[in-house]
Design a binder for this molecule. Structure first.
Ligand code: NI
Length: 400
């Protein structure tokens, strides 16, 4: 049996995590452009004397390894995503974004700081680790449908050392600080994206009989698309089709030649994916045809369904309850939001959890991706230690 290692977060560690989060928050970079962010992460890893670092993977991805495993010991990976969003920040924080139109509105700044904090804790007990920890600093999580996890895996980031399990977390504003949402099995949906171009025939607004009005066609296509989930999918299976963007027309008295719709498809069961894709195509094509127009579909499959493996999820539960107490475990319901962490889980066992970051003052809580989103910073040291505790619990429990 392994010695039980006790992690202690010092005042300096806590200050470090807050400082990191504020620095990254102030300098957000969108997907694929995480240059400064990655440089900052590397600088901090270097100053912790972590020597096994690979950078520039699939863009700005970084892999760092703590500990050296002996024969029969385990490798556990912890992942943080690094990218920000094209959103104009409206928080009025003293460390608000200095980059016009770019904001860490999904909390990835916190994830980076937490993983750096976990690295510090784990490095301090490196000599006693009975295994090794791989830190994944991943770019481009928001860049669906490609994302950052698949390109990193394809670039061989996790070939050697190859993790036995991968863990990650996401700050969650509807849970209060101190709560951890853990769930085995299905947690988040698969997410596809499509663009439909409706080609009609433009003309004078007063002579519709000589045209094919692409706006009228688009309206009918949108309505018909909404019958797919309600009439074609088994009501016991979750699915959503949302058209989030519609563009058509140039002038009030001109019949629009073309209309372009963009939307997303979300689902729970992988088997439903091909049905939804096929029906979007058929419905759009045939409705458009019946009105004398043509529909062209560009459809890209995005992130897969996120499914947490049972045993590894139990490790997250164990780590949380041993350290924070059983009351810290929150019951959570799955959602059709999507996460490219799902791609790791297709290849490795592992678990993704939601970490409460909500303020006690409800008026300060905004949803993820909102221009006023912010975390209660008390979550930062908690997230750092939680990641480290998960890694230790996994290594200790699984190698018994
Ligand atoms: Ni996110």
């Amino acid at each position: 049996m392994n010695n039980k290692i006790k992690l202690v977060m010092s005042k300096a560690d806590e200050e470090f995590v807050v400082k990191m989060r504020r620095d990254i928050h102030q300098h957000p970079e969108i997907s694929g452009q995480e240059e400064r962010t990655a440089a900052r992460v590397i600088k901090e890893l270097n100053s912790m004397k972590i020597s096994d670092i690979r950078s520039g993977i699939a863009g700005h991805g970084i892999i760092a390894v703590i500990g050296k495993k002996k024969e029969g010991q385990l490798t556990v990976a912890l992942r943080a995503d690094m990218d920000a969003l094209p959103i104009q920040e409206q928080t009025n924080l003293p460390f608000a974004s200095v980059n016009e139109g770019v904001m860490h509105a999904c909390g990835h700044d916190s994830h980076i700081a937490m993983l750096l904090g976990a690295a510090r804790l784990l490095k301090s007990v490196e000599g006693e680790l009975n295994g090794q920890v791989v830190l994944i600093f991943q770019p481009a999580e928001e860049n669906a449908p490609v994302g950052g996890s698949r390109p990193m895996i394809e670039a061989g980031a996790l070939d050697s050392p190859k993790p036995d399990a991968v863990f990650g977390l996401h700050v969650w504003p509807t849970l209060p600080v101190g709560q951890v949402g853990v769930r085995s099995g299905f947690l988040m949906g698969a997410s596809d994206r499509f663009k439909l171009t409706i080609k009609g025939k433009g003309g004078h607004a007063s002579m519709p009989h000589e045209t094919v009005d692409s706006i009228i066609v688009a309206m009918q296509v949108i309505q018909a698309l909404q019958t797919i989930v309600s009439r074609n999918v088994n009501p016991m299976d979750a699915g959503v089709i949302t058209i989030g963007k519609l563009e058509a027309g140039t002038r009030y008295n001109v019949i629009a030649d073309e209309a372009v719709l963009e939307g997303t498809v979300r689902l729970q069961r992988p088997e439903v994916r091909s049905l939804l894709k096929q029906r979007v195509e058929q419905v759009a094509e045939l409705v458009a045809k019946s009105l004398g127009a043509r529909a062209q579909l560009e459809y890209s499959e995005g992130y897969p369904v996120l499914v947490n493996s049972e045993e590894e999820t139990e490790m997250v539960r164990l780590a949380t309850s041993r350290w924070l107490g059983k009351d810290a475990l929150a019951t959570i319901e799955p959602a059709l939001t999507a996460e490219d962490f799902a791609v790791y889980l297709q290849k490795f066992p592992g678990s993704f959890c939601w970490l409460g970051c909500g303020f006690p003052d409800e008026s300060k809580n905004f949803p993820l991706h909102h221009p006023q989103f912010q975390v209660d910073e008390r979550v930062l040291p908690i997230g750092a230690q939680l990641l480290a505790e998960i890694a230790l619990t996994y290594i200790q429990e699984k190698s018994r």
